[in-house]
Design a protein around this ligand. Sequence first.
Ligand code: EPU
Length: 353
Amino acid sequence: MKVSAACVVEYDSIDDLYVLYGKGGQDVTISDLPKPVLHIGEGSNLLFTGDFPGTLLHSGIRFIRQVFPGSADASGLTADRESQERGASVFYEVGAGVPMDEFCAWAAAKDLWGPENLSHIPGEAGASAVQNVGAYGVEAKDIIYSVNCFDTVLCRTVSFRSEECGYGYRESLFKTDRKGRYIITSVVFRLSEFSGPVLGYGHLKSAVEAAAGQGGVTPSLVRDTIIGIRREKLPDVSELGSAGSFFKNPVVPRSAYEKVLSIARLEHGEGCNVPHFEAGSGFVKIPAAWLIEQCGWKGYSEGNAGVYSRQPLVIVNLTGNASPDEIISLENRIMASVKEKFDILLHPEVEHI
Ligand code: EPU
């Protein structure tokens, strides 16, 4: 079902933001526009629960350029020049409005390592730094060096080093206490000519090796393999609407995981195992896809909404006409059944507006 916003503004530069958040004069400023104001990327991780009465802001800042330590750019890079010259670390600043996959393709074509595992993730570079997107063993934070922002409160630019961004699993300071204050204008990524592939996730290594045959493993080969895996598992949004993973994988104390294990063993026998990943400090991450599948939702459909048959973490808009209420009702029922069966509360990854 279509929903609409009262106003949509795309800006092209930091100068536009100074005008928008400045004193105004003859110019239209943010105070003249319908409220609330929400900055979005491609919107691929948002669920609009109805028409939006305010203004959607979107970045049209699109460029990719190499930046060097010591040069007088806004990001204030301080990494050592020698390392950059050797190609061990090379830094590229990417405008917030550049589609992340465009950057991944660009880097792979230049034989640069870093973002290849993030190939084919929907969304833009700016949003990747907000959401700390991740896939196949790499999170955006692993390759982000710094994030350049426009501070809407102080009306000036500011740069955060990756360590200052409060990154965690699908978390960052841009989603928490300072949500809405900073508009990301560009992201500086640290890439490398040499670092090599990250293949520890699932069966990625064997898939890449099979694709490489006798040849070498290149960023493009890893990218193509990842795209192949994603196409197999995840719906193509141009054919079937979805927001990717609808829920986060729950990170729970070990005792909660052991409870899940005992419930699964009661049902399926002592040989049954629950997939899980150590998350440090006595915590364990359990795939939400597994929990949802165990509750019988995989491939479920009702009306216009459903649960994807190959990856139950994904809620799909089967007909393109699913209403926000249909999606939310399905979301709530999935959450309730996982809570009832395993005593685990799922949290949506998709942001509800
Ligand atoms: N699983 C099932 N049944 C299924 C599918 C998966 O039980 O039908 C279990 C299996 O145990 C499998 C495990 O879930 O080993 C993990 O599955 P998968 O590798 O597909 O990853 P995921 O944890 O479900 C996360 C990200 C994805 C990302 C993949 C690959 C989140 C919320 N999602 O999914 O990101 O592509 O890993 O790295 O962390 C997204 O954020 O939109 C997204 C697609």
